[in-house]
Design a protein. Structure first.
Length: 194
């Protein structure tokens, strides 16, 4: 096996764990997309309506949602608004497939990308790869931010403990200074009395 073949197989294995929800009203189109993405190593789940797709999204995690034309006409935009409106799915990468007259509306609703129909499958595959790579970087950044937040919280607790210890030390010092003054004054009285 040559190195290029090995790299393609390794790439397909890495993608094998990536799940894509493909939603659309045209079963034939969905099946073709699912088959071709499956050949690239993606696990594709099909949703034939916006309600079914939204139910699938809420029931399990997907790496990306691919929304083809849905009936009625504004169902894809409604579905995208629902995805962006939920805290659990707000960051789910979404690509819309459709006609040129809906592109601005799609981006305004929060689509990560949009592809005009008819489209070249290689272009769709490249855009999916790009969006998933970006999503992975964003997830890594989120994990780094959470780790940083945890470190900041730990440092804040340490600082609070150090301030409390310093306050106790200052109180002890004040008591000790008062005790020394008291002893000094008592010693001075004894010297004056003698």
């Amino acid at each position: 096996m040559d190195q290029a073949s090995a790299q393609r197989i390794a790439g397909a294995r890495r993608k094998a764990m990536r799940t894509v929800l493909a939603a659309g009203s045209c079963r034939t189109s969905l099946n073709e997309i699912a088959q071709r993405l499956g050949n690239l190593g993606y696990l594709v789940v099909l949703g034939e309506s916006a309600p079914q797709a939204l139910e699938l999204i809420s029931a399990r995690g997907f790496d990306l949602a691919l929304i083809d034309t849905l009936s009625p006409e504004n169902a894809a935009i409604h579905m995208l608004n629902e995805i962006r409106g939920s805290r659990d799915t707000a960051d789910l990468p979404v690509i819309l497939l459709g006609h040129a007259d809906r592109v601005i509306e799609a981006f305004n609703a929060g689509a990560d990308d949009w592809l005009a129909k008819p489209f070249a499958f290689d272009v769709l595959a490249a855009r999916i790869d790009r969006i998933l790579a970006r999503a992975a970087r964003i997830d890594e950044l989120k994990r780094s931010n959470l780790a940083l937040d945890a470190r900041i919280a730990a440092r804040a607790i340490e600082l609070g403990e150090a301030k409390a210890e310093l306050a106790v030390a200052r109180t002890d010092r004040s008591r000790l200074m008062a005790s020394i003054r008291s002893l000094h004054d008592a010693l001075a009285l004894q010297r004056n009395a003698a």
